[in-house]
Design a protein around this ligand. Structure first.
Ligand code: ATP
Ligand code: MG
Ligand code: FE
Length: 349
């Protein structure tokens, strides 16, 4: 019983085939970084065209690798939101077309739900967490703390009031003259830096609740950079500033996570998802806090933390196991689709 997943909500084109037990039978990801790098960020129209160019052959290869055809699948799942609408339509319509032609159920997946459930995938090496668990989603587009109480049962405890953490990494990296995508480059630069030189604000630290804010931190970095003479930042200045920025983000994430744990006393694990979870300083701080609370930290392997289609197929398996019916082919793609609303799909009129 094989299931196909398709992901195309941003700048990763991906498809994967999982079996009914959730074992990964084929997975492909094509990053479009090179297409977007000249523009310093993701260009939605370029992304949609790239998905369209890449998906058919990628799906063909995934099915061939598992020795199946579309009609041999038990379901075809695609991300239907949130994300860039052009890419969502390409991926979802590809899935719909295949589902219609092969008479196979179509499942429209919320991208955030897919990130939220990834840690439960049996193939990830760690112990899959049971419900309820506390999810810290730290990606390029989202930063939120979510109580995952069951499949389809998500309660948002806190979210960013302005920029996402990954977005802040990317913007600060740009200010420091690093290439897109900035997060990994900034982490490498920070490794050369030292603390004690810059005193950046610690956004939201100690405030009640567990909301985030990163735009003030970014502005503080921008002001320090603007005060430097023209003509490129000295390497040690940029490295120390990268270190200070990363430390401030880590402190903010740690503080908010502590508050969220107090708000969810029954949590059985802390789970992190999203590209920023690739950051070693972030991971170390989160592991410390989880250990302090006596909870395991479940962090999926890096390739499953960033955008991928394994998580899309897995979310579909979780939903089918939970008794959900397949979605009508007329389900609309949604650029905005909060996790709390996954049970309220809108049908196209
Ligand atoms: P969303 O899932 O919210 O739609 P997205 O898909 O763009 O957003 P991901 O692909 O999960 O987000 O993650 C990409 C983000 O993670 C980028 O902002 C990137 O800079 C950041 N990132 C990746 N690696 C690191 C790292 N080592 N340190 C810090 N940030 C990182
Ligand atoms: Mg991405
Ligand atoms: Fe994502």
């Amino acid at each position: 019983s094989l299931i196909l997943g398709i992901e195309s909500s941003c700048d990763e084109t991906a498809c994967a085939v999982l079996d009914g037990a959730g074992r990964i039978r084929a997975e492909f990801v094509a990053s479009q970084i090179a297409d977007h790098a000249p523009f310093g960020g993701v260009v939605p129209e370029i992304a949609a065209r790239a998905h369209l160019a890449l998906l058919p052959d990628m799906i063909h290869r995934a099915l061939a690798a598992t020795g199946t055809t579309p009609s041999g699948l038990v379901a075809i799942a695609a991300t239907a939101g949130p994300g860039l609408i052009g890419g969502l339509i390409v991926g979802a319509n590809t899935a719909r077309g295949m589902a219609l032609a092969a008479d196979v159920p179509f499942i429209a997946i919320n991208h955030l739900e897919a990130h939220a459930l990834t840690a439960r995938l049996p193939d990830t090496g760690g112990n899959p967490p049971n419900f309820p668990y506390l999810l810290l989603l730290v990606s390029g587009g989202h930063t939120a703390l979510i109580a995952v109480e069951g499949v389809g049962r998500y309660r948002r405890l806190g979210t960013t009031l302005d920029d996402a953490a990954g977005e802040a990494f990317d913007k600060v990296a740009k200010l420091l003259g690093l290439p897109y995508p900035g997060g990994p480059a900034l982490e490498r630069l920070a490794a050369e830096g030292q603390g004690g030189r810059f005193d950046l604000p610690r956004p939201m630290l100690g405030r009640p609740g567990c909301d985030f804010s990163f735009s003030g931190l970014k502005t503080a970095v921008a002001q320090l950079v603007a005060r430097q003479p023209e003509g490129g930042l000295p390497r040690d200045f940029a490295a120390d500033l990268a270190f200070a920025f990363q430390s401030a983000v880590v402190a903010a994430l740690a503080d908010r996570l502590r508050h969220a744990l107090a708000m969810l006393p029954g949590a059985t694990a802390v789970v992190v998802a999203g590209g920023v979870a690739a950051n070693k300083a972030v991971r170390a701080a989160l592991a410390d806090i989880a250990a302090g609370a006596g909870l395991p930290l479940a962090a999926p392997p890096l390739r499953l933390c960033t955008d991928n289609a394994v998580m899309v197929a897995w979310a579909a398996i979780e939903r089918l196991r939970a008794g959900d019916a397949a979605d009508p082919l007329g389900v609309r793609c949604r650029p905005r689709w909060p996790l709390e609303h996954v049970r309220n799909m809108q049908i196209a009129g």
